[in-house]
Design a binder for this molecule. Structure first.
Ligand code: SAM
Length: 262
């Protein structure tokens, strides 16, 4: 089946795109983790918002190759990773097997997981929300699968137009450097498909944290908090990134949003 087929949907396009990117996903800093500084930053973020795992069940939505699943597993959570790309799931299962990490990976749509009501103490997701087709349905679904008192943690970025002067300056510097220096090798990146998808998703002009927070409150979540203290993670990532990529990412609003089901 391809995009010329009858009934081809935006979600099919997104799934195929990530299926192709699965081959090289773990080669990129910002996806897989390449130093202990970054790993420590992630552990601290998850401890801050979720506490220690202590065997509690957590759902890693859109788990990809399982980068976030492994971090949660390190903290003692009982982790289920869910993704709708079979190619990503195959890589996630192989990596967990190599690392002897007991993480359960399942196929599913994050907007309609088919998991039972009130199953998880925590739901975590990185770099999914920007690409959601229907965030209202998705957030209602995540509310449903959380236990009362459970926590949702979203990690994402607003990669839309810069919204502050500092962000404008950083973005301009990154773009200038891009003109003056040879193109970066970006394994597996297909900008044409990426941009076509981005134009059609709900947050096509950028996944703004305040808009996501409003939608979470409308879905029934409480104590919605936006945490932008991700500097240890970012400094760790920058060690493995060229300057222009550091500047580009520093021009984006990168955040974690925590919300609680009452
Ligand atoms: C940018 S990758 C992020 C992977 C992982 N969360 C991480 O941060 O390393 C996006 C992932 O979301 C998955 N995805 C996108 N939309 C999805 C959906 N509606 N349901 C399930 N998986 C989805 C893709 O297959 C892909 O693995």
């Amino acid at each position: 089946m391809d995009e010329t087929s009858f009934n081809w949907s935006l979600k099919d396009d997104i799934r195929e795109y990530w299926g192709r990117r699965s081959e090289t996903f773990d080669l990129s800093p910002g996806h897989e983790i390449f130093n202990d500084q970054e790993r420590a930053g992630w552990h601290a973020l998850f401890r801050r918002h979720l506490g220690e795992g202590e065997g509690r069940p957590v759902l890693d939505l859109a788990s990809g190759t399982g980068v976030i699943s492994h971090l949660l597993h390190d903290l003692g959570f009982q982790v289920t990773g869910l993704d709708f790309s079979d190619a990503m799931l195959a890589r996630a299962r192989a990596k967990a097997g190599q690392r002897k990490a007991a993480i359960h990976f399942i196929a599913g749509d994050a907007e309609q997981t088919l998991e039972a009501d009130a199953t998880y103490d925590a739901v975590v997701t990185r770099h999914l929300v920007w690409t959601l087709v229907n965030p209202t349905d998705a957030f209602a679904e995540w509310f449903r699968v959380l236990k009362p008192g459970g926590t949702l943690l979203i990690v994402d970025a607003d990669t839309g137009a810069p919204r502050t002067l500092k962000a404008h300056v950083l973005r301009s510097a990154a773009r200038l450097l891009a003109k003056l220096t040879p193109a970066l090798p970006r394994p597996g990146m297909d900008m044409e498909t990426h941009n076509r998808i981005l134009k059609q998703v709900y947050f096509s002009d950028g996944a703004r944290a305040d808009r996501i927070a409003d939608l979470l409150r409308a879905a029934g979540f409480q104590d919605v908090t936006i945490d932008r203290d991700l500097s240890t993670i970012h400094r760790g990532q920058w060690r493995n990134m060229p300057l222009r990529q550091q500047l580009e990412r520093a021009s984006q609003d990168r955040y974690a949003i925590r919300a609680r089901k009452p």
